[in-house]
Design a protein around this ligand. Structure first.
Ligand code: NAP
Length: 289
């Protein structure tokens, strides 16, 4: 039996921008409480940017700005485009050994000559606030404590805030990347959804998506998910982000059919950054005991 969400005349807007802003106040309070009991010591997120990709530069800047808005600091490491894996591993080791640093963000993607997985996995588990290490993923998947990958963890916080039912629902995740699709699927599974993961070799993708109560689009193709793929009353989460100023979903066509959706902009993106600073705060609190 398909569990139906009630189709709604006016779907719920899963407003990540407002939720992120409103939770920042609480994060800022916890940051100042932590500083007060920790001799004024400020939580620090270290960001590593390799090369000069304009989108990556913007993302790291936005993450640094978010830290400052809540009273935390960011420590920038910028490396040239031709950085080797060994050089990047050495930079990560330095930050792992720096007790002033509570979280480490290696901005994805890194240039092609670098072994990105080896570099992600070098990040100390206690500082893996972006949830990118294999060990962190494994622990999260097993339901053990771990920082979740920030985009899917931000999506889960958004769904939770709006009381979107997950248990027993059929969730279809389009995309299986290590930072988005895969951890998204595991998080939904941990919340008792029945999960289907689709990717570039999936057959009859449209038919699979049409069966979904919850669709998460993490494809990396502008307006890829069309309106008539969406079952009446489904919940649609658009994780995509493109220079064309749209996500992975053809939102205007989807809105009349769904019961809830993430807007673009102002949906998933702000929750990703908010989750990163929240997890950095948690790491700093843990480090302070
Ligand atoms: P990615 O690494 O390129 O992964 C894309 C996934 O989509 C892959 O698993 C790929 O399948 C699948 N795919 C590609 N073409 C497909 C097709 N025709 N049918 C079905 N599946 C297909 O991308 P990503 O890093 O996960 O990012 C996905 C999107 O999220 C991008 O738009 C990115 O900009 C956005 N994003 C947003 C945030 C945020 O904070 N808002 C953060 C990260 C990413 P294969 O595995 O078979 O190749």
């Amino acid at each position: 039996m398909l569990l139906q969400y009630a189709p709604m005349a006016d779907p719920i807007v899963l407003d990540g921008k407002t939720l992120a802003r409103s939770t920042e106040a609480g994060i800022a309070e916890r940051v100042s409480a932590l500083k007060a009991r920790n001799g004024g010591c400020t939580p620090i997120l270290a960001t590593i940017l390799v090369g000069a990709d304009p989108a990556s530069m913007t993302y790291t800047k936005m993450k640094g700005n978010a830290c400052r808005r809540v009273g935390m600091d960011s420590l920038k490491t910028e490396l040239p485009e031709d950085t080797t894996t060994e050089e990047l591993l050495a930079a990560i080791d330095e930050l792992n050994n720096n007790s002033d640093v509570h979280g480490i963000l290696l901005q994805h993607p890194v240039p092609g000559q670098i072994n990105e997985r080896a570099c992600f996995d070098r990040i100390a588990l206690t500082k893996d606030v972006d949830g990118v290490t294999s060990q962190g993923f494994g622990q999260m998947a097993m339901g053990e404590p771990a920082y979740g990958s920030c985009t899917p963890a931000g999506i889960m916080r958004l769904l939770d805030h709006y009381d979107i039912p997950i248990e027993g629902r059929h969730a279809v995740v389009i995309g299986r990347s290590p930072i988005l699709g895969k951890p998204m699927a595991m998080m939904l599974l941990n919340h008792h959804a029945t999960v289907t993961i689709c990717h570039s070799r999936t057959r009859n993708l449209v038919d699979v998506v049409r069966m979904a109560d919850i669709v998460v689009a993490a494809v990396g193709k502008p307006r890829f998910v069309k309106g008539d793929w969406i079952r009446e009353g489904a919940v649609v989460v658009d994780a995509g982000s493109h220079p064309e100023k749209c996500g992975d979903v053809d939102l205007q066509a989807v809105i009349p059919r769904c019961s809830a959706y993430t807007p673009y902009p102002g949906g998933v993106g702000p929750m990703t950054i908010n989750t990163l600073i929240f997890q950095t705060l948690q790491a700093a609190e843990k480090a302070a005991g």
